[in-house]
Design a binder for this molecule. Structure first.
Ligand code: ATP
Length: 369
């Protein structure tokens, strides 16, 4: 058990609306990631679920029970914070055991056994007599997790728990956390501003911006079918390219390219003429102009000039400028595989895959097709 329901939750701090009318269901045993830029209301949402903030309006339920007025200690949740919140004067054993102290029904021996078992699960059994100051960041994070797990709660709430770790350890801990969540089968709400973390960890992702829920869905659903321009730009690295323009009889006429895309654009007709085209960098094929047999361009082909190529080993990010525009003004980014290097200043022909073009309303930002 551990189903969480947010029903039109709003939280105001004076004039600031931190969370606005958020309705969201988290299923039993689900790993839901709340993601969005700094200040979008992630932590406030999590803190309302924890009982550390009370909603201004709306209702919160866990397993169908109304939680608005229930104190945190009676919600059967455990929270893990970015700063670990360990007690420096206590040993690891005492810190983990502290998670159990407020629970009823454990004898001293049972508490000790439980602490040892959790420490073994997390690989920190040899550290039990050390203090937090004698541990690495990753080890401290495991202790903080241990203190949450030891209580066997219905719900885990995690607020940027890996933010203080270096990139390698963060990636390792991501995998460990997922395995742990699979084993424990506990409903988890995980807050991060990092879209990679969201994409790799979540069963589903909820994207927030300015306190409002933008979209909830499985990672690939958000990636391939973003509901609006904000989600499209937030999910995916390198970021989706956006080209402003308007609808014409032939298709789309943009800042620097015209594009015919027939029935898909027609499907979105009648919804305003200002449009934004969204193109993922990997939906753009890049070829050297010198390697292109014909000088005539086909449909969806454009001449461009490479401004910079970033080499990442497994892939390259190619920055492109209009071939007849300002030479250092990037207008698009494309991704090519690591073996396919084009040099700065080179003339290229790009092909945009018409089936992978997103179209957004230029005013509302809503996805049209
Ligand atoms: P970050 O990723 O930077 O932690 P966040 O998405 O978690 O950001 P919140 O901490 O939930 O965002 O804050 C949302 C908004 O509410 C921000 O504008 C913030 O300044 C404001 N806010 C949060 N807590 C308080 C408070 N106690 N008093 C006043 N304003 C607050």
């Amino acid at each position: 058990m551990g189903r969480i329901q947010l029903d039109h939750l709003t939280k105001r701090f004076g004039d600031t609306v931190a969370v606005e009318d958020v309705t969201l269901d988290v299923d039993d045993s689900e790993f839901l990631v709340l993601v969005g830029p700094s200040g979008c209301g992630k932590s406030t949402t999590l803190r309302m679920i924890a009982g550390l903030e009370s909603p201004t309006t709306g209702n919160l339920y866990i397993d169908g029970d109304h939680m608005n007025y229930r104190v945190p200690q009676n919600r059967d949740i455990a929270m893990v914070f970015q700063d670990y919140a360990l007690y420096p004067h206590m040993t690891v054993r005492e810190n983990v055991r502290f998670g159990l102290e407020e629970e009823e029904g454990y004898t001293d021996d049972e508490m000790d056994e439980r602490v040892e078992a959790v420490a073994t699960d997390l690989g920190i059994e040899d550290l039990l007599d050390r203090r937090p100051g004698e541990l690495s960041g990753g080890q401290q994070q495991r202790v903080a997790l241990g203190r949450a797990i030891v209580r066997d709660p219905e719900v885990f709430l995690m607020d940027e728990p890996l933010a203080n770790l270096d990139a390698k350890l963060r990636s390792q801990m991501r995998a460990e956390l997922q395995n742990l969540q699979d084993d424990l089968d506990v409903t988890t709400v995980y807050v991060t501003h990092n879209q990679t973390e969201a994409m790799t960890m979540g069963d589903r992702i909820a994207v927030l911006n300015d306190g409002r829920l933008q979209q909830v869905g499985e990672p690939l659903e958000l990636y391939h079918e973003p509901a609006n321009r904000f989600v499209a730009g937030f999910i995916g690295e390198p970021m989706m390219n956006f080209i402003r323009g308007h609808r014409s009889d032939e298709g789309f006429v943009g800042d620097f390219l015209a594009y015919s895309f027939d029935e898909r654009l027609e499907a979105a007709s009648g919804k305003g003429d200002d449009l934004v085209l969204g193109i993922r960098p990997e939906a753009i094929d890049v070829r050297r102009a010198a390697d292109t047999a014909s000088t005539a361009l086909g449909d969806h082909e454009f001449r461009m000039t490479v401004t910079v190529t970033e080499t990442h080993g497994n892939q390259n990010v190619v920055h492109l400028a209009q071939s007849d525009g300002a030479p250092d003004h990037d207008v698009l980014q494309a991704v090519t595989d690591g073996m396919h290097v084009v040099e700065s200043g080179e003339s290229v022909v790009i092909t945009i895959d018409p089936d992978r073009v997103h179209v957004f309303d230029g005013t509302s930002g809503d996805a049209l097709c």
